[in-house]
Each structure stands twice: as C-alpha cells, then as structure tokens.
Design a binder for this molecule. Structure first.
Ligand SMILES: [Zn+2]
Length: 160
C-alpha cells in the first residue's frame, strides 16, 4: 500500500516529529554542510556517477514553505553544488529533480549527465540500468573531488 493511501501514516511523515531525517538529526552520508543544507552522497553509485542530493536543514516539505530568505539560501547552495559537481564530474549537462514522495523532507537530487549514458536523450530511470564496476569507480573519484571542493576554506567560485 502506498503511503499516500494511508492518510495517517502520510500525515505523520509530513511533520518534523514523524520525519525520519529530523528524528535522526539529519541524513546519513553527509559529505558537506552548506549555508542552508547538507550535501548527501553515498559511496554506492547509481548508474550516473556523481549522483547526490541536497537536503534542506530544517524540516520543510514543499518549496513554497520556505521563507524568501530560506529559498534564496537553498538556491545559493544548489548553485554552489551544481557548479562544483559539474566541474568534479565533467558532466555535459546537469539534471535536477525534487520529489519527496517517499521521504517528504525537502531535498533536491543532482544527476551529472554524460555522452552515451544509459538515458541519453531521455529522463533518468535508474531501474533500467544498474551501476557496474566502472561507474562505481568513477563515482568514488567524483565524490573525493567534490568533498575537497566543498570543504570549508576551499576556494569559493566567483558568482557568475
Ligand atoms: Zn524532516
């Protein structure tokens, strides 16, 4: 049964008290803390090396729940991560997704796209292409570069 067809369970997840991210004090696999959010990147790779996510630090479900200042801070973090990840991965294009259908704590997924990737000219569907040893090795290297680029004191990129 989908969580959406169980209104009580879904309502609980929408609250900070019932949110697994907030209950645990934050997500796992945090590699950097930015102005208003955490950068989350595991070591297991999805079929697109460099895949990661940006989690807003306070509990919020929808983008429109952020104050104007929070929204601006979240966008500054998204731009900083996007710029660093594009550089670290050599992506030809960055893709972004905001869902929250299973964990309704505001977060944005980042997917570097590559020529010849399994979803070229199409949306991403990780179920269609499992990661292999090569993509895992590439992911680990991109993760190392991204941690260095986002570390406190690392050179800030000039605003565009
Ligand atoms: Zn939460």
């Amino acid at each position: 049964m989908s969580r959406w067809t169980d209104p009580e369970a879904w309502e609980a997840l929408l609250s900070a008290e019932g949110c697994p991210i907030c209950r645990d004090g934050g997500p796992t696999s945090v590699i950097a803390e930015l102005e208003a959010s955490w950068v989350v990147m595991g070591e297991a790779a999805l079929p697109l090396p460099g895949t990661c996510a940006l989690f807003f630090r306070r509990h919020a479900v929808e983008l429109h729940e952020l104050t104007a200042e929070e929204g601006a801070a979240f966008m500054r973090d998204a731009q900083r991560l996007s710029r660093a990840l594009k550089s670290a991965s050599g992506a030809v294009k960055m893709n972004y997704e905001v869902h929250g259908n299973t964990i309704p704590h505001l977060h944005m997924h980042f997917f570097p796209r590559y020529p010849g990737d399994p979803f070229e000219n199409a949306p991403i569907n990780p179920r269609l292409a499992p990661a292999d040893d090569r993509t895992v090795a590439e992911h680990v290297e991109i993760r190392r570069r991204l941690i260095a680029a986002l570390a406190p004191g690392a050179g800030e990129f000039p605003a565009a």
